[in-house]
Ligand binder design. Structure first.
Ligand SMILES: Cc1cc2nc3c(=O)[nH]c(=O)nc-3n(C[C@H](O)[C@H](O)[C@H](O)COP(=O)(O)OP(=O)(O)OC[C@H]3O[C@@H](n4cnc5c(N)ncnc54)[C@H](O)[C@@H]3O)c2cc1C
Length: 411
């Protein structure tokens, strides 16, 4: 069932949310359920940002393991962050269940596949830390991973059974629908071009001519952040992730490929990720060039990776190619900012935002409703643009090329 786009017509709202991806919509849904009046404004159509384009892997955790979080953030904040990290996949599957979202999903886990001894040792370390906290995880040996993935070249890996796979576009559109049903208004083609403060309220103006007022504004624009809030875009490095989908696999080829329906990410420096879609296609993604793609050749690295893992798929038709943007921060953590009272921003999904942004949106809604910053798992931090940001992009491109070369040697 589709959602009906709506634009508020006057009065003062509790919150305006800029960006209608998973972060903005999860915030809107939970805020509306808490009784707040909410307007979501997206520059394009719902689902056209990363939220509708992603790999659908619902992975709990952050880039860092529990012991790192404790040593970096101290016991109290660290323990809270470990609990938060453990819960991010639940945030997705709970909302699918509780709000009865029509989203195709499986919850049979996620495999982190190791292709070197060093990666296997890291997986063992991760496994030890999460098992000590009672997580449903397990180390995989070479035979296990070969049987579970059907892929070539892995020494072992790690299975996180808290994880799963969703159809990302259905999830995003369904979040928009239930947020609307809960009372939030969600409008498309409303790029916010101006933010101002007037008599203690935030005034938000869009390119299409809408002018709205609210007590709070949440910028949920992540990798698509533009110049709306000075400096914010320069706190992230936006990268492109490219994906391909094959034609539906014939049954004789499909039988041995991911028979349990898990999603996989591998341990390469430029990692690739893949899964089988509900209609039987292989969907595989990996980091792509930083400039916009100009031809199918820009997805060649994904096609090479597919055949390296599954030589039997050589020659299979690639029916879809697409890409989207992910936002990285220098410390590989999401950043939450409140540069002025009631003006909030969240950036830095690190390519893991399906679970992370679903969970963060729920916490952001609690913060909007209560004003209690302890609801937020990460501390609010000042906006600190990355020094020499433009050159950083060049550095990232060079690093990606170098990492690809190193990965090729480790095959
Ligand atoms: C190809 C790809 C594969 C990925 N795979 C995975 C995966 O398998 N698992 C996983 O967990 N994560 C994955 N990710 C990351 C995940 O998709 C993101 O972390 C998540 O979708 C971020 O959600 P968001 O709501 O913060 O941002 P987005 O979904 O990007 O939404 C931001 C929105 O802000 C809007 N916007 C920007 N500026 C303005 C403005 N001025 N006014 C109004 N609106 C504005 C944009 O139009 C956009 O819709 C992947 C990402 C990509 C691109």
């Amino acid at each position: 069932m589709a959602f009906t786009p709506q634009l508020s017509t006057g009065g003062t709202l509790d919150a305006i949310i800029v960006g209608g991806g998973i972060m903005g919509l999860s915030t809107a849904l939970h805020a509306a359920r808490a009784g707040l009046s909410v307007q979501v404004l997206d520059a394009g159509a719902i689902g056209q940002g990363a939220s509708g384009l992603n790999g659908g892997q619902v992975i709990p955790g952050l880039k860092y393991d529990p012991e790192w979080l404790l040593s970096h953030f101290g016991k109290e904040r660290g323990e809270a962050l470990v609990d938060f990290a453990a819960s991010t996949a639940d945030a997705v599957f709970d909302v699918i269940r509780d709000e009865k979202l029509a989203v195709p999903f499986t919850r049979n886990g996620w495999i982190q596949a190791a292709h070197t001894e060093a990666a296997l040792a890291a997986a063992a370390n991760r496994d030890r830390q999460w098992r000590a906290r009672g997580a449903d995880v397990r180390l995989l040996d070479k035979a296990d991973i070969a049987a579970m993935t059907g892929a070539k070249g892995y020494l072992g890996g790690w299975l996180d059974r808290r994880a799963g796979v969703i159809d990302p576009l259905s999830y995003t559109l369904e979040l928009a629908r239930v947020a609307s049903v809960a009372g939030a208004k969600v409008a498309e083609q409303q790029r916010v071009v101006k933010l101002g403060k007037e008599a203690g309220f935030w005034r938000v103006s869009t390119q299409a001519g809408a002018d709205l007022r609210a007590r709070s504004v949440v910028l949920a624009t992540n990798a698509y952040t533009d110049g709306l809030l000075p400096g914010l875009a320069r706190t992230i490095v936006p990268l492109h992730s490219f994906q391909i989908a094959t034609a539906p696999l014939p049954a004789y080829l499909a039988a041995n490929i991911l028979p349990g329906g898990q999603a996989v990410s591998d341990s390469r420096r430029i990692l690739i990720y893949y899964r089988k879609s509900p209609d039987g296609r292989m969907v595989l993604g990996g980091r792509g060039r930083l400039s916009l793609p100009s031809s199918a050749a820009d997805w060649a690295h994904c096609e090479r990776a597919l055949v390296r893992l599954y030589p039997t798929l050589a020659g299979i038709a690639i029916e879809k190619r697409w890409y989207g943007r992910v936002a990285m921060t220098p410390d590989h953590l999401p950043h939450l900012h409140e540069p002025d009272k009631g003006l909030l921003a969240v950036v830095g999904c690190q390519g893991r935002g399906v679970g992370l942004m679903s969970a963060l949106g729920k916490r952001m809604a609690s913060y909007l409703a209560s004003g209690d910053a302890s609801q937020l798992p990460f501390p609010l931090s000042p906006i600190r643009p990355i020094p020499f940001h433009a050159f950083r992009q060049v550095g990232v491109a060079a690093t990606i090329a170098w990492y690809r070369t190193l990965d090729a040697f480790e095959r």
